[in-house]
Write a new protein. Sequence first.
Length: 138
Amino acid sequence: MSSSSKTNTYFGLNIPYLDFLQLEPVLCQDDRAVTRIKIRDELLNSRGQIHGGAIMSILDFTLSAAGRASDPLGIGMATIDMHTTCLEPATTDLTVQARCIRRGSSIAFCEGEVLDTAGNVIAKATAAFKVLRVKPSA
């Protein structure tokens, strides 16, 4: 359990892991999603750069958010496959931009990139997600 009493929602969802990462949801509409994360010690590797696992986590969430952007509370996403390429070390705050390039009734295909504060591409990813129809709560 997080030591913070603050609970965020991530485009309508409560995701404790993203509270831990302190991911900031920015945009989720028109088959696009944008998130941001501030650099902090808990995210760093032994070289003082944001750990690749943290970068992959924020890419996974942001790409899946783009996949559900047409109906953020009615569609869920489960990652089937994700391919990530890290191009540069991350040493600043980051912005993730993602888009859904095709969504069928059962699979969504998304792509995105991570940018540093200077606009340099830090990492790119493509992913396929299982589309889950979310049942409304009773």
